[in-house]
Design a protein. Structure first.
Length: 367
């Protein structure tokens, strides 16, 4: 296009994969930086407002840029000094920092120090053994950023690259789910705010990601025998959110990549995100984490005067189900007789119905 002026080349990471894209950098007027594949300039990968571009920690000899106040972990590396100088001169906020950003950098320094110290623990004990101790040290803001990146990777994994198409968008179903989550979450002061969506995936499961994202799979809705079972499973996932079990799981399974990224100043880029996403999808919680989530779920349902017993019934049915039916849930939610017994002992006699049969039908229609 005539309004685009090529100013140089760079290396672009989109925040979704570890792949580096060789890109050409173009200006549109004096307000926008266009980032496009060098072999296909007509198909931009990103368009960044120059006023939002910030400098990021980078290796020697490279200028690394990112967008301010954005959940995306996309970043641009520019090795050519002349190109970097030109971009920096056009970006009014590069090299400046607000008071809030300075405070955040202090937090980053503190977390980086904790990460460096944790390397010693890794050598002595191994990451999985200390993950539960490290999790409370992780700033909520970092977990939220990691969650955004992991979320994008998880959606890609379930849709072969089609991303958001995995999320069911039926308005009525979304409304029912949001109302249910809001009512259930009102009983607890969550450190990480929970939010939920339905995935068009025919697996009887639900997962909680770092940052509070809960996904209820379509397969769970269609196989649930009652609305109470769905409520119980969601309550259990809220227990994982409240206890930050997903963050703990990621530290245990992908801790080396995360810690290395933190020490190098690349919070959630590349390999760390891929490793974290694989950990969430492939590994199960510890039995202690499952018991904590069970206790949280029962206490929450008791506080709402709802019946928690369906959680025990659902878990027992999972344990009896063959692989391929409910076995995929079992693989990430290990079931023991002790768990179901503990749930029944702790459960009250609530009768309140948080989700009706009609509501469950509406949730099923969301996809």
């Amino acid at each position: 296009m005539a309004s685009e002026l090529a100013i140089g080349r760079g290396e672009f990471f989109d925040g979704l994969t570890a792949r580096a894209h060789s890109v050409i950098l173009m200006l549109v007027g004096t307000e926008t930086l266009v980032i496009a594949p060098h072999d296909d300039p007509a198909s931009p990968l990103a368009q960044w407002p120059l006023k939002a571009v910030r400098a990021a920690p980078s290796p020697r000899g490279v200028t690394r840029l990112s967008l301010a106040d954005q959940p995306s972990t996309a970043r641009l590396n520019v090795a050519d000094p002349e190109t970097a100088a030109r971009i920096v001169n056009l970006c009014p906020a590069v090299g400046t920092a607000t008071e809030a950003e300075n405070r955040q950098r202090l937090k980053v320094f503190g977390w980086g120090l904790a990460a460096a110290l944790s390397l010693v623990l890794v050598v002595v004990f191994g990451v999985p053994a200390v993950a539960s101790r490290l999790t409370p040290l992780v700033p909520v803001r970092f977990e939220a950023r990691l969650g955004e990146a992991v979320n994008a990777q998880v959606l890609t994994a379930f849709t072969n690259g089609r991303g958001a198409r995995a999320v069911c968008t039926g308005e009525n179903g979304t409304r029912v789910l949001n109302a249910l989550i809001a009512e259930m979450a009102s009983t607890t002061d969550f450190a990480v705010r929970p939010h939920a969506a339905i995935l068009d995936v025919n697996i009887p499961n639900a997962i909680a990601l770092p940052g509070g994202q809960i996904y209820v799979f379509r397969g769970l809705l269609t196989r649930a025998r009652s609305p109470e079972e769905v409520v119980a499973v969601i309550a259990h996932e809220l227990g994982h959110v409240q206890n930050r079990h997903a963050m703990q799981l990621v530290l245990g399974g992908a801790g080396n990549a995360l810690i290395l990224g933190l020490v190098l100043g690349d919070f959630t880029g590349g390999g760390a995100v891929i490793a974290a996403s694989r950990t969430i999808l492939e590994r199960g919680y510890s039995r202690n984490a499952e018991r904590e989530a069970d206790r949280f779920a029962v206490d929450m349902l008791n506080a709402l005067d709802a019946n928690a017993e369906p959680l025990a019934s659902f878990l027992e049915r999972i344990a009896r189900s063959p692989e391929g039916s409910l076995g995929r849930y079992l693989s990430t939610h290990p079931v023991t007789a002790e768990r179901s017994e503990a749930i029944r002992e702790r459960a009250g006699e609530g009768t309140r119905q948080l989700l009706t049969v009609d509501d469950l039908a509406t949730l099923r229609s969301a996809c």
